[in-house]
Design a protein around this ligand. Structure first.
Ligand SMILES: Nc1ncnc2c1ncn2[C@@H]1O[C@H](COP(=O)(O)OP(=O)(O)OP(=O)(O)O)[C@@H](O)[C@H]1O
Ligand SMILES: [Mg+2]
Length: 499
């Protein structure tokens, strides 16, 4: 018996114009949690898809229990006991949770009848194990992204896999939900399941993995015991250089009022929300699970209606009842759920970026088209989008690079009020620091920026003022000098609204 349940040697994968993997190797022990880390576009998801038979390598060997295997389809990998939770939830929104869990491996009784009662019951047990509170009969489309992620995990469990691969499972999860996922992961590990865990969050790695392997630019960089590698050395392995200062120096000076919200409310979601945003300000909104931040800003942007309250842009009362209206008033929004908000994946990166400002380019023929390309190119460079050219389809980008394109698209609008909901989730540390630099630049140019953020260093490192929400209400407001992690957490858990 081999010491390793899974081993890959000299794996190479070439897509047209891109070498996604160049001679990489990897060893997975039975019953370990092994983190796989690297920048956006390093080749992590491609590597996973080779293990799960979605892609076939152009070179190299894969050994399962020491014996060579070749998977020509995902079914082969599944039959060999390998299950994966992919970076982008691949569910069927119109089907029930149970149907999603058993899709492709339904329980079938006599006369080919589907055993629905048995499947619902089994789904219920699986979901209970994951502490989920929704029904197996719920429609997948009615669930939040985090809940859909839980269904994906339940699906992997239902296949009795020996190897489970999770590609950025925590990217859409809150701290509390991540904690549940760690617990389940450890439980599986103790039962002898081997796990590969991809994440951009160092805290995931330190919390749940015992080994880590790093890829950079399609190449294998090294493997370490997690307890032996410092965050600083991890960054050097991943990025190839040190990042000494993640956050820019804050020296914004707030100008005149850009945006004001008075007593905004929506029954069951949020109430009594009042704040102002000035030119040159980064205003943070933070809070714990279900604090209502995303719902609040979806309403402000006109995606869902609010019941009461008033909104002012530069002192003028406005009615923001649709995203189109908001854009016309100079308000732009980067939603948390970037997959749904959607890039047009078959279009080029450049065309996606210029979509919001297409009107500006289409007036004067070919000169403008050059201008369009030039601008898309410069925005994608600033955001470190990794692609051979802006003419490539957005669908060929890695997950994190697609997110950078959504951000570029937003920067290409004429909006002066930017609402950014968790803009750095799923992007690597180098790109994070680039995004922080851009946000800072925009503030210096007089834009007003609302940053919805959960990670405390980001909140403290980026915001001039911080509003804390809990249960749909504002519980505290801090200036940049009186904010501290303790004070913010206390307000996030407070029982009574402030003031
Ligand atoms: N189907 C495809 N066609 C063409 N190129 C692709 C395809 N899939 C991936 N690539 C390219 O392969 C490289 C590796 O992408 P991959 O998705 O594996 O990165 P990743 O490490 O998972 O990044 P992220 O952290 O952003 O998810 C990227 O340059 C990407 O653009
Ligand atoms: Mg990926």
């Amino acid at each position: 018996m081999s010491e390793h349940i899974l081993e890959l040697r000299n794996i190479t994968k070439i897509f047209p114009g891109v070498k996604a993997l160049d001679n990489v190797r990897f060893q997975l022990k039975k019953g370990e949690v092994h983190a796989l880390m690297g920048e956006n576009g390093a080749g992590k998801s491609t590597f996973i898809k080779i293990i799960t038979g979605v892609h076939q390598p152009d070179g190299g060997d894969m050994l399962l229990d020491g014996k060579p295997v070749f998977f020509s389809s995902p079914n082969d990998a599944q039959a060999a006991g390998i299950a994966a939770i992919y970076q982008h939830v691949t569910c069927y929104p119109d089907l029930s949770v149970t149907e999603n869990i058993f899709m492709g491996h339904e329980r079938i009784g006599g006369f080919g009848r589907l055993k629905w009662n048995e499947m619902h019951a089994e789904a219920k047990t699986l979901l209970e194990r994951l502490d989920a509170t929704f029904s197996p009969k719920a429609l997948m489309g009615s669930l939040s992204v985090a809940q859909q992620q839980i269904v994906e995990i339940a699906k992997a469990f239902s296949q009795n896999a020996r190897i489970i691969i999770m590609d950025e499972p925590t990217a859409a999860l809150t701290k509390r939900e991540s904690e549940d996922l760690y617990r389940v992961t450890e439980q599986l590990r103790d039962e002898g399941v081997s796990i590969i865990f991809i994440s951009h969050r160092f805290e995931d790695m330190y919390r749940v993995a015992s080994r880590v392997t790093v890829f950079r630019d399609a190449q294998y960089i090294g493997s370490w015991n997690v307890k032996d590698i410092s965050p600083k050395d991890m960054i050097i392995a991943m990025v190839g250089r040190e990042i000494t200062q993640l956050f820019p120096e804050k020296n914004h000076s707030a100008g005149k009022e850009l945006f004001r919200v008075e007593n905004l409310g929506k029954a069951g979601y949020f109430a009594d929300i009042s704040f102002t945003l000035r030119e040159g300000e980064v205003l943070g909104f933070t809070g714990l699970v279900g604090a209502g931040r995303s719902e609040l800003f979806q309403s402000i942007f006109g995606i869902m209606p609010y019941d009461r309250g008033r909104i002012f842009v530069e002192g003028r009362e406005v009615s923001l009842r649709s995203p189109g209206q908001s854009m016309r008033e100079g308000v732009a929004y980067l939603p948390e759920d970037r997959q749904k908000q959607g890039l047009v994946l078959t279009w080029s990166i450049g065309r996606n970026i210029s979509l919001p400002s297409l009107k500006d380019y289409s007036r004067r023929g070919w000169i403008r088209e050059k201008e369009e390309i030039r601008r898309s190119h410069s925005l994608s460079e600033r955001l470190t989008v990794k692609a051979p050219s802006v003419h490539d389809p957005a669908g060929s980008l890695s997950g994190g690079n697609q997110q950078k394109v959504v951000m570029a698209k937003l920067l290409n609008t004429n909006a002066r009020i930017l609402i950014l909901d968790e803009p750095t989730k799923g992007v690597d540390i180098g790109a994070k620091s680039a995004m922080y630099g851009i946000i800072d630049d925009l503030a210096k140019k007089g834009y007003g920026i609302i940053l919805i953020a959960s990670e405390m260093p980001e909140v403290l490192g980026m915001c001039d003022r911080i509003i804390v929400m809990k249960g749909g209400r504002m519980t505290a407001e801090f200036g940049r000098d009186d904010a501290s992690q303790e004070a913010i957490l206390e307000a996030a858990m407070a029982n009574r609204p402030a003031g």
